[in-house]
Design a protein around this ligand. Structure first.
Ligand code: SF4
Length: 149
């Protein structure tokens, strides 16, 4: 039986990004061979539509580029994602780097100027608090190596 891997849905080629595009990763077929994938898009799970205005974390709040506070939707999305991770017994997640939901270690700084700061997206924050190991598309090789061990 393959281990489960929670994965940002846009990395699987689903057009759920704010701009209606996706972030398909070339190693998806390999990941499918190794893991039972559990795709999630926290922003869609929070009730937001696609396409939608881009949003960034501004301290504890998440706001769109035109100033709408979407914190509530992002937090609902984080909780729904966590519930799916628990239901599927996922203890690893491969998440889209830099996103205000899915980003790990580095995210946009809230000024909508493509500037990064240290920090996690709010869904990743919830996953980490619940001891789910997080990787991004930048460290797929590491994820593959660690799975082999
Ligand atoms: Fe991808 Fe996450 Fe953004 Fe959804 S919320 S589009 S899964 S980065």
């Amino acid at each position: 039986k393959k281990p489960k891997l929670l994965i940002s849905e846009c990395l699987c080629g689903v057009s759920c990004r704010y701009d209606g595009k996706d972030n398909y990763i070339g190693k998806l077929p390999l990941l499918k061979e190794m893991f039972d994938l559990v795709p999630v898009c926290p922003e869609v799970l929070g009730g937001l539509s696609t396409p939608r205005d881009p949003a960034e974390r501004q301290g504890e709040r998440i706001c769109t580029a035109n100033g709408t506070d979407v914190t509530k939707e992002f937090l609902i999305g984080a909780q729904n994602t966590l519930d799916i991770a628990f239901q599927n017994e996922c203890n690893r997640a491969l998440m889209k780097a830099k996103s205000p939901s899915c980003g790990y270690k580095r995210i946009y700084d809230g000024t909508f100027s493509k500037t990064l700061r240290d920090g996690h997206g709010c869904t990743v924050e919830a996953l980490l608090k619940n001891n789910i190991e997080v990787y991004t598309e930048d460290d797929i090789d590491l994820l593959i190596e660690e799975k082999k061990r």
